[in-house]
Design a protein around this ligand. Sequence first.
Ligand SMILES: NC(=O)c1ccc[n+]([C@@H]2O[C@H](COP(=O)([O-])OP(=O)(O)OC[C@H]3O[C@@H](n4cnc5c(N)ncnc54)[C@H](OP(=O)(O)O)[C@@H]3O)[C@@H](O)[C@H]2O)c1
Length: 236
Amino acid sequence: MSSSNKVALITGASKGIGLGIAKSLLADGYAVVITGRNAESLSQAKTELAQDSLVLDVVADVRSLEDCRAAIDQTMRRFGRLDVLIANAGVGHFAPIDEMTEDQWNQTIDINLTGVFNSVKSAIPPLKESKGYLFTIASLAGANFFPKGAAYNASKFGLVGFTQAVMLDLREYDIKVSTLMPGSVSTYFNNRVPSEADAWKIQPEDLGQIVSDLLKINPRTLPSKVEIRPSRPPKK
Ligand SMILES: NC(=O)c1ccc[n+]([C@@H]2O[C@H](COP(=O)([O-])OP(=O)(O)OC[C@H]3O[C@@H](n4cnc5c(N)ncnc54)[C@H](OP(=O)(O)O)[C@@H]3O)[C@@H](O)[C@H]2O)c1
């Protein structure tokens, strides 16, 4: 089956990395479902994607398993199949442990870790049917710890472990599973606004290209854990 009949759902795709991946998959002929918590941002993203009939925007908070299941139901009603899930939605709160609030901790774990569980759990039936591909977006922070990173490092180390275990569970169904571990990407993450000073960083479309390339490699091979870093970071 060519990618022009295929469908991808990307969580947290109203901006940043998720939107970059949506653009690449649309260019490859996929229909895409984009989710996020804010209807207005999703609608703006849909306008930017400019392919109305191939884009479905669904308000869904990954913290809710019910929302995730409803997003899959809408996907199936609209497009009839799901070939690719990109569990991308995530947040970053950074503070030393003595200053980190319970709310920051809970949000980080609930979105970055439980949110991925909810997204994956609800997508398994259609992915089994399509023998599809599941990506999680972890981080280099899932392999390298740093000060103020207690919550974020815990969520991303956890996500790398989760994804590798899920990869072993799902390969017997011919579902491929990869976790991408990017370094600095120019996005709205942690209340930043992308600027020209971010030119050295990975750009969202670069990750879109990597997803697109991974979807095309021979199915007998699986890059299950992919570290991606800016090739020329500024000197410290
Ligand atoms: N930027 C980096 O340097 C970097 C590096 C490595 C890994 N990552 C990871 O990449 C992923 C995407 O981050 P980004 O950099 O693209 O950040 P971003 O520009 O802030 O985008 C985050 C997206 O996730 C959505 N989102 C947040 N919480 C959500 C929830 N509970 N349910 C559904 N959607 C939610 C946001 O929309 P709403 O807020 O409207 O819901 C938005 O669409 C995250 O998992 C992040 O940890 C980022």
